[in-house]
Design a protein around this ligand. Structure first.
Ligand code: AMP
Length: 214
């Protein structure tokens, strides 16, 4: 019912979530997208999280868990939910456990997109994002049809503020310190599904489909 997508920034989990949504009835919830939207709208949540995000740091655990819980409890989990970017710390994983048991939802598994740092740096370096619909591109490995323009909604593509070299370094450090321990946490629970994320998007997607039985 609920799948967690886990991996370093730039591992391709957002791309895989979008591919899964296009080929199934599952819905993806990207906490990063939710927060970017709040910042773009200038909402109270947006002003609370803006500085954490721009530096590549993490927003407080309870805050992001409450934002996600509110959305999931409002929408329900329908034919299945993909969590892209949550949990990112051990306390968040425990908050997710509580959220699942409170609502009678089950964790189907954790897709862990395993990749190495050199590849991550190369991917984040050329990353382009659509501020309109959240679609992701890469300058060389996954370019849009028309340079600089989103294939899906025609908005002008941007480089995210947290894809600058300093913020990328910070995000990788934060990932190693705070998020990587989740690999062992979910391995102990028997929930971890290891996916070699070093191929192109289609190759990785074939592995994802095999794991989730699509
Ligand atoms: P992402 O699009 O997943 O790379 O997220 C972009 C930024 O949003 C992160 O660098 C964090 O500042 C913030 N963020 C997204 N998800 C979380 C989360 N689960 N916990 C804390 N901060 C988050």
């Amino acid at each position: 019912m609920v799948w967690v997508l886990l991996g370093a920034p730039g591992c391709g989990k957002g791309t895989q979530a979008n591919m899964l949504m296009a080929q199934s009835d599952m819905k993806s919830y990207s906490t990063g997208e939710m927060l970017r939207k709040a910042v773009a709208e200038g909402s109270e949540l947006g002003s609370q999280v803006k500085s954490y995000m721009e530096s590549g740091g993490l927003v407080p655990d309870e805050l992001i868990a409450n934002v996600l819980a509110a959305r999931l409890e409002q929408d329900g989990i329908g034919s299945g939910v993909l969590l892209d970017g949550f949990p990112r710390t051990l306390p968040q994983a425990q908050l997710l456990d509580n959220m699942l048991s409170k609502n009678g939802w089950t964790l189907s598994g954790v897709l862990y997109f395993d990749t190495d740092e050199a590849l991550i740096l190369q991917r984040l370096g050329g990353r382009l994002s659509c501020p309109g619909c959240g679609a992701g591109y890469h300058a060389t490995s996954m370019p849009p049809v028309k340079a600089g323009v989103c294939d899906k909604c025609s908005a002008d593509l941007i480089t995210r503020k947290d894809d600058t070299p300093e913020a990328i370094q910070n995000r990788l450090r934060v990932y190693a310190e705070s998020t990587e321990p989740l690999v062992a946490y979910y391995q102990q629970q028997g929930a971890l599904k290891n996916i070699d994320a070093s191929g192109n998007a289609d190759e990785v997607f074939a592995k994802v489909k095999a794991v989730i039985g699509l």
